[in-house]
Design a protein around this ligand. Structure first.
Ligand code: AMP
Length: 543
């Protein structure tokens, strides 16, 4: 092997992001929405506060490898914690504020968090369980609001007030842990995913590629996706690396404040789960806010309905770009940027896919008999992935070991891949409906149902069936003021899906239950069905 004067063994860690924010991008800004208006700070100022925060954490005895948690919305202070904690060698643990108290207690104790940063507005949520966080020594309250009954409280601003505005940053190893996030898993306890410095820097680099999220220095990026959901899809680090401004919405995630924020702050890129964009679409149709500054909206976390993307494009000139990934993947795996120069239908076929596999991510499809399925755009199998920002195991948890094998992650998603590397997610393995030995994609049925102008939301689950094993049951939320019958929906679906896919029953419900990160929670619907609490209208047509 030829060795010698090759390139430097340059450290790949998040201190590089901090350095760019302090230097070249000192004039970029972070804007935080609060109840009365906005707070603004230049990145240079943020970085000084990051130094002071690191000094403060050091004086509290935080050492390399210690877990320091956050319990907060998207904000400037949260961004400061995102930078100070990993860059001093500690591990940023983002607690998902929407999980059940039992899960949060389990997670904080499992991670052995030493300090928890909490937004003042979230104190009432946290104080109910804080007494059961066994390893936490201090609660740092962000904001001037009430500290409630939290023990060992320090105010954020007091904590950093008298600290020096320079810090002696330690030398870090590329593979040491920078962050920790727990999956909002459906079975057993939540599982921790550790993110290394190297993985986060490479992920940020990948995120900025034009065919990925395409962040640029001139962008003003609004992560609606919370910083407690896979690090807001990695956007804070990507923005810091490339110099985009950040527009942080705090807890104001409803359509009206988001529309105003986009309008007033001239946001160019926004990212979040489809439910957020469904609400914004309704609001925009009615109130016609000026959303013209938007270059693209990134949608992901669950399938983005085609009808939603088309409505935004046609009625508001906004492109929603679909992306797919998961907590175990930091999260980006694919982004749907269609090839140029396609006819309308072809263009939308690509837009409706999960997208093309990112550079540095490898994928394969494994069928039920353990064989690899070809990339022909139709053969399906479980999607497996590997790469530098994909987890190799769960943190201190042997129960999830079967997700990882031979360096690959089993995603639990069923997919096809075409010859150009575009992935189509047909279903979650556990959501797919197995009818008469064939599979029905609940995702596709939902997309087609939501294409009906009077349908606000639709979730399809399997109903046990003696003859066919399982049959699709569509749970549908009608738009306000609309009235639909089961037959209307079947007539709508008939030209769009195979005959044997047509649901035998439709359940009209008020709302589809959502998970802690805003995805449709089909678990809850299945439980209601099991308990006989899901009333449905039968449809008169043969299966
Ligand atoms: P989480 O780790 O909570 O982000 O969940 C990851 C899972 O969300 C994936 O395994 C998929 O099942 C689902 N998911 C994320 N993005 C998409 C998408 N664009 N289309 C379909 N499913 C998605």
């Amino acid at each position: 092997m030829l060795e010698g004067l090759v390139q430097h063994d340059f450290p790949l860690n998040l201190q590089h992001v901090l350095g760019r924010m302090r230097g070249v991008f000192g004039d970029s800004e972070v804007v935080t929405l609060n109840g009365d208006g906005t707070t603004r700070a230049k990145y240079s100022e943020v970085c000084q506060r990051v130094d002071r925060l690191a000094n403060a954490l050091d004086s509290l005895g935080v050492k390399e490898g210690d877990r320091v948690a956050t319990f907060g919305w998207n904000s400037q202070r949260h961004l400061e914690a995102y930078l100070a904690i990993p860059c001093m060698g500690a591990v940023l643990h983002t607690l998902n504020i929407r999980l059940f108290p039992d899960q949060l207690i389990y997670i904080a104790n499992h991670a052995e968090d030493r300090i928890v940063f909490v937004d003042d507005v979230l104190v009432p949520v946290l104080e109910k369980m804080a007494g059961e966080f066994e390893t936490v020594e201090h609660f740092v309250v962000m904001g001037d609001g009430d500290c409630g009954s939290l023990p060992n409280v320090i105010r954020y601003e007091e904590l950093i007030a008298d600290q020096p505005s320079t810090f002696d940053w330690p030398e870090l190893q590329d593979n040491q842990a920078a962050g920790l996030a727990y999956t909002s898993g459906t079975t057993g306890n939540p599982k921790g995913v550790l993110y290394s410095h190297r993985s986060q820097l490479l992920h940020a680099f990948g995120t900025c590629l034009a065919d990925a999220m395409g962040l640029q220095a001139f962008d003003r990026v609004l992560p609606v996706v919370p910083m407690f959901h896979v690090n807001a899809w990695g956007i804070p680090y990507a923005a810091g690396l490339i110099g985009s401004d950040l527009v942080m919405p705090m807890q104001f995630l409803q359509a009206e404040p988001l529309a105003k924020l986009i309008e007033e702050e001239r946001v160019t890129i926004a990212a979040g789960v489809p439910t957020v964009w469904l609400d914004l679409l309704n609001y925009a149709d009615e109130h016609k806010p000026d959303l013209s500054s938007i270059r693209t909206v990134i949608g992901g976390g669950s399938a983005v309905p085609l009808a939603l993307m088309q409505a935004f494009q046609e009625r508001h000139g906004i492109t929603i770009t679909q992306a797919w990934g998961m907590t175990e993947m930091s999260p980006l795996g694919t982004v749907a940027r269609p090839p140029a120069g396609l006819e309308e239908d072809e263009h939308w076929r690509y837009r409706d896919s999960a997208g093309r596999i990112m550079p540095l991510v490898e994928a394969r499809l494994i069928t039920g008999d353990g064989e690899e399925a070809p990339w022909d755009g139709t053969s399906t199998g479980e999607l497996e992935v590997r790469g530098p920002w994909i987890a190799s195991g769960y943190y201190e948890d042997p129960t999830g070991r079967d997700k990882f094998h031979d360096g690959w992650l089993r995603t639990g998603d069923i997919a096809s891949i075409d010859s150009q590397g575009f992935v189509k997610i047909t279903d979650r393995a556990k959501d797919v409906i197995k009818s008469g030995g064939e599979w029905i994609s609940s995702v596709e049925l939902e997309g087609e149902l939501m294409a009906h102008p009077d349908v606000a939301e639709a979730a399809v689950i399997a109903k046990p069936d003696e003859r066919w094993q399982e049959r699709p049951l569509a749970c549908v939320v009608c738009r306000e003021g609309a009235s639909l019958s089961a037959e209307d929906l079947i007539e709508h679906l008939r030209p769009r899906v195979a005959k044997w896919w047509l649901p035998d029953e439709i359940s009209f419900i008020d709302e589809v239950p959502k998970t802690s990160v805003g995805k449709f929670d089909k678990k809850v619907l299945r439980k209601r069905l099991e308990a006989g609490e899901l009333e449905s209208e039968p449809v008169s047509q043969p299966a």
